[in-house]
Structures are given as C-alpha cells and as structure tokens.
Design a binder for this molecule. Structure first.
Ligand SMILES: [Zn+2]
Length: 309
C-alpha cells in the first residue's frame, strides 16, 4: 500500500521511466524504437534482448520473461533498488528537483510578497551589453536589473524555472558598480531553492534532448550560445549535482564549455569523469582565464563546431 503523505502523481509528472533509466546508466544497454525502449531486463539481469519493454507514450514498463511484471516509474524505481515507497519518493524527488511531499495548501491569508512578484526588469544594462548579450535576448529570458528598490539596482536578476518551466523565483548576483561588467560574491537564491536542484535553461532545451547540449557555468554563456542557436544549460557554478547529472544523462552528447580559469579546468575533468559512463562527453578548453562571454560569436562557434552533431 502506498503510504499517505506522498504525491506520486506529482512526482510522475516530472520524472519519466526514460529519465530513471538514463540516471541509472541503463539507457546505453537498451534501444529506442518506434515509441518504445526495448532490451534485456535490468531487473532480472537476463540477456533476452526483447524481454524489457517501455511504452513511452504511456510511460509504462513490462518484463515479458522472468519477471512477467510491469508498472509505472514508481514501481520500476522500487524494484530496481528494492526501495520502500518513501525511499522511492525521495529518489524521484531528487531527479525531479522538487519536494517529495505534496505542496502545502495555500495559506488563507496570502503571505506578503513571498518571492519577487512579476516585475519589469530592465534589460539594457552595461553589464549585459559588455558580455555581448543583446537586450532582446536578455528580455526573452527575463533577465535584467530592477529599477525600483535600491537594494537591487546593483544586481542582475535571473529567473529560475523547474524542469517543466514553472517559475521558481530569481537568482541575483551583485554587480561591482552599475556600469561595471564584473560580478561580486556568490549567486543568491530565493528561500527554499537549492542550487543543486537547478539546471539553468533545461526546460527550454527539451526539444534538443535527442541530440546535444552545451554545459557552461553561468547564464551569460547560455545567452551568448542561444544567440548562435546552440542549445545550452548552466550549472550556476562548477559543481555537478546528482540531479544535474541525471538530466544530462538523457542527452546523447554533452559538450563541456567551462571557464578557462583553474577552477573551471579542474571542474571540466571532474565532470567528464562523472558523466562519461552515461553519455558521450566532449571537452572544449577555453584560452586561460577567459569565460565563454569573453569571445566573439564567431570564435565561440568555431570552438564548438567540431563537436556539434
Ligand atoms: Zn525481468
């Protein structure tokens, strides 16, 4: 019996069987054919190449041989690692980047301005212009500076979304002086939002999950690559979380384009080691101490071109 207090329907709306198979490193052993994923059963570890079938439209699996059983993504996760329902909920929640518990009912009296309400963000700021980001691109991503409250005038605000594209609030980064192009300190995230549960721009990249994604550190790199029609996501730092790894495992090819400083170089090698059992990973080495946004569009394209499908 499924215990109360877990909203599996909510979790299933985020995590598919394919995502779980990718996160577990099982996709390379299976093949995708006509709306189905077929291969040897990962549950009984048989070698019949037709035993295990996932019907993608229904998001259901079945093993037609030894197990003679099937079910949804929850059932798969439970059987793969002999998990209890609460453990399965926790695992799916990690992959989804959401809470395993259903969202709390809205309070009777609305809390005063929990995160930012929709605000007009001013995209014409020197910081973005210096990075070669067109104001149309910034406006499309909803990125800019707040003109109102003084405390946010010297910062740039970046809207965050979950993997389905639901808004989560804004990440903010302080700018060293209004007309400068340098940031100060670390990213600030809204209360309750953990960086490890974010992969910036992933929701917009869903149509490209079948081919290739570029991974950068900062949203600025994502915006620059978007201007070149190259799909990209940002880690918002140099660490790859389990959640981010699971999402990137879905993509057949991942190109790492981390910053050219020592931290970025080390991160590239670390992430390469973690990701390469799951997918085809390529590394682009930027010139020392440069970020993707230090380079012209032509140069960026030339660096990435050999690795793009
Ligand atoms: Zn089986």
């Amino acid at each position: 019996m499924i215990p109360q207090g877990f909203d599996f329907q909510h979790l299933k709306s985020y995590v598919s069987i394919e995502m779980v198979l990718a996160a577990k490193g099982l996709l390379p052993f299976l093949r995708k054919k006509g709306g189905r994923i077929i291969g040897p059963c990962p549950l009984h570890h048989g070698d019949n190449p037709h035993a295990f079938v996932v019907t993608l439209t229904k998001d259901l699996w079945h093993c037609f041989t030894r197990c003679d059983a099937g079910g949804d993504v929850v059932e798969l996760v439970r059987r793969l690692d002999a998990l209890t329902y609460p453990q399965a909920a926790a695992y799916l929640a990690t992959l989804a980047g959401v809470s395993p518990k259903p969202p709390a009912p809205p309070p009777k009296k609305p809390a005063p301005l929990p995160r930012f309400n929709p605000v007009y963000l001013y995209p014409y700021i020197p910081f973005l212009i210096n990075k070669g980001i067109h104001h149309e691109t910034a406006a499309r991503f909803g990125i800019g500076s707040l003109r109102g409250p003084r405390s946010y005038q010297n910062s740039v605000l970046v809207p965050l979304h979950d993997i389905k594209g639901n808004p989560l609030g804004y990440a903010t980064r302080f700018i060293k002086g209004y007309s400068s192009y340098q940031t100060m300190g670390k990213w600030q995230f809204p209360n309750g939002i953990a960086k490890k549960e974010l992969l910036f721009n992933f929701h917009r990249c869903r149509p490209h999950l079948g081919d290739c994604l570029v991974v950068v550190e900062c949203p600025w790199g994502v915006l620059r690559l978007t201007q070149l029609d190259i799909p990209a996501v940002a880690l918002l730092g140099i660490h790859l979380s389990d959640f981010q790894r699971a999402l990137l495992a879905l993509v057949p090819r991942v190109i790492l384009l981390m910053d050219g400083d020592q931290a970025g170089r080390n991160a590239t090698d670390r992430i390469y080691d973690v990701l390469s059992p799951f997918t085809d990973v390529r590394r682009v080495k930027l010139p020392p101490d440069t970020d993707p946004d230090d380079h012209t569009g032509i140069r960026l394209r030339a660096m990435l071109e050999p690795f793009l499908p």
